[in-house]
Design a protein around this ligand. Structure first.
Ligand code: HEM
Length: 512
């Protein structure tokens, strides 16, 4: 999911790096000619310079990485190689290749690559579900998250947190609209609502809105310093980045300081039942305090708890918020879809507030949500995979320590798989004309949550959050363009997820 754009580099650095690149190219040219990779049958790719490879082409293109990849598809096909300094990236983008890698050869492709130094700090040396190598640590952490936190029974237990967050969302939207002539920002509000749910699930503590905002701000700062830098690909340049490295240490320190206070508070609440009246009966932290990790004697340290909690909060916030922003944009663009959805909600729940139990009786809502995740998968590049041993894919060699990137729209926009794929059309699912198994087991057609051993463990919760928020937002308000009669701009922009380039501001009218 890495992106590297020239905007992160000052012009001054460009000059230094270009000069250095020439110097390094000359120096290492002979070595690289002899290098082992020449004997490998790697997928084709754009020619690059020795040593730096395609790194500067990507950085100087000015395009987000997903766009760079998209533009290469017609030239190099569904599997190609990019040399990014010392990293080799193999990008795959067809259903067949993804099926071969993640289902047929699922175990071999189930690992993660080496991490850059910044990520190593924030992941406590790969002590998270998403970053752990395929092995005992990953199994222990993932099993705990799936069984003790995200199982259907556990999910039901957090209904109260969802109800509170949904009511708060409606209230915030009304308040913002009242103060702004009916206009509201969509992503900001949806993100915050889902963040409130995840914070409640993670820490099990009652919290003022101000504190939730502070944690949210902290998470955003972390995501910014996690953005890849050029020295992640060319470690020889790291002496130029000592200031940035200090900043990383500082942000990590602040993150630990902030979250350890909450961890302590929860520990206290569990050890002294009844002492904190706001404390919930259960939280993700509770599952982690004494967690047994295969091959390890000690339970997670405080720093590791901070890392695991951050993973839980980050995994589901921007992804779900982004989905809602695109959803509302599509509702505005297609008022007939919005009306059909509203009619379904009214028929099923009447004048009551829409609740999660109602969702099973709403096939149109489910079709809209599915079409949304097909057309707008919140991340275009899945988390990076790596092989546990040298492997073959599509007849090419995939060495270990190679980044295997999966470009999701290559599959969900493929006209060989979908009729009129660029059209947003929930009816394709509603009428049963087309269908897709998003777990990929019976075939790959759309994979917004990835597939195989590393499939997103939050799939069920995320789907519930998207459906619930969308249903509630459409039940409460009629959404139209702001300014009136303007056209929604569907341009994309890469942040942690792929958001709308011009953040969506919409006009609302309360329905009741
Ligand atoms: C609409 C919302 C979401 C989308 C689109 C999404 C998408 C994804 C994708 C594409 C992956 C990578 C799969 C792979 O490596 O092949 C992933 C992994 C992951 N997601 Fe999600 N996700 C969402 C919500 C959540 C939520 C709510 C959580 C939990 C709180 C979560 C936690 C994780 C974790 C821990 C992983 C790593 C799994 C592993 O490496 O074993 N995600 N997600």
């Amino acid at each position: 999911m890495d992106s590297l754009s020239s905007s992160s580099l000052s012009p001054y650095y460009h000059i230094i790096f270009t000069a250095l690149a020439f110097f390094l190219s000359a120096l290492f040219f002979l070595l690289s000619r002899k290098s082992k990779s020449r004997k490998l049958n790697l997928p084709p790719g754009p020619p690059g310079w020795p040593v730096v490879g395609n790194l500067f082409q990507v950085a100087r293109s000015g395009k987000p990485f997903f766009q760079y990849v998209r533009d290469l598809l017609p030239v190099y096909g569904p599997i190609f190689t990019l040399k990014m300094g010392t990293r080799t990236m193999i990008v795959i983008s067809s259903a067949d290749l993804v099926y071969e890698a993640l289902i047929e050869k699922g175990q071999i492709f189930a690992s993660r690559p080496r991490e850059n130094p910044t990520r190593t700090i924030f992941s406590c040396n790969k002590f998270t579900v998403n970053a752990a190598l395929y092995g005992p640590v990953w199994r222990s952490l993932r099993r705990n998250m799936v069984q003790n936190m995200l199982s259907p029974t556990r999910l039901k237990g957090f209904k109260n947190a969802r109800d509170i967050a949904m009511d708060k969302l409606v209230e915030r939207i009304k308040f913002e609209a009242d103060a702004n002539d009916g206009a509201v920002w969509v992503l900001k509000n949806a993100r915050f609502a889902v963040f409130c749910i995840l914070v409640a699930m993670c820490f099990g503590l009652g919290m003022e809105e101000q504190m939730i905002e502070t944690i949210d701000q902290m998470m955003k700062t972390v995501l910014i310093v996690l953005n890849p830098r050029i020295d992640d690909y060319l470690p020889i340049l790291s002496p130029f980045f000592s200031k940035q490295r200090k900043e990383v240490q500082e942000v990590r320190k602040q993150q630990i300081e902030l979250l350890v206070k909450l961890i302590e508070k929860r520990r206290n609440a569990i050890q002294n039942p009844g002492s904190d009246k706001t404390a919930a009966t259960f939280s993700y932290l509770d599952t982690l305090f004494d967690l047994k990790i295969e091959g390890r004697k000690s339970a997670p340290s405080d720093a590791e708890l901070v890392t695991l909690c951050s993973e839980f909060l980050n995994g589901g916030t921007d992804t779900t918020g982004t989905a809602i922003e695109w959803a509302i944009a599509r509702m505005i663009e297609n008022p007939e879809i919005q009306t059909k959805l509203y009619e379904e909600i009214k028929i099923v729940v009447g004048d009551k507030k829409v609740e999660e139990k109602d969702m099973e009786q709403m096939p149109y809502l489910n079709a809209v949500a599915k079409e949304l995740l097909r057309k707008h998968p919140p991340t275009y590049l899945s988390l990076t995979h790596a092989v546990i041993e040298p492997a073959k894919l599509g007849g090419y060699d995939i060495p270990t320590d190679t980044n295997v990137e999966i470009f999701l729209p290559g599959i969900s926009d493929d006209p060989k798989i979908w009729a009129d794929p660029m059209k947003f059309d929930p009816d394709r699912f509603f009428t049963g004309r087309e269908d897709a198994d998003i777990t990929g087991v019976t075939g790959v057609k759309m994979i917004p949550f990835g597939i195989g051993r590393r499939i997103c463990p939050g799939l069920a919760m995320a789907t519930l959050h998207v459906n619930l928020m969308l249903a509630r937002m459409v039940q409460e308000f009629e959404w139209t363009a702001y300014p009136k009669n303007s056209k929604v701009d569907f341009s994309e922009k890469a942040e942690f997820t792929v958001v709308m380039k011009n953040p969506l501001r919409a006009h609302i009218k309360p329905r009741i």
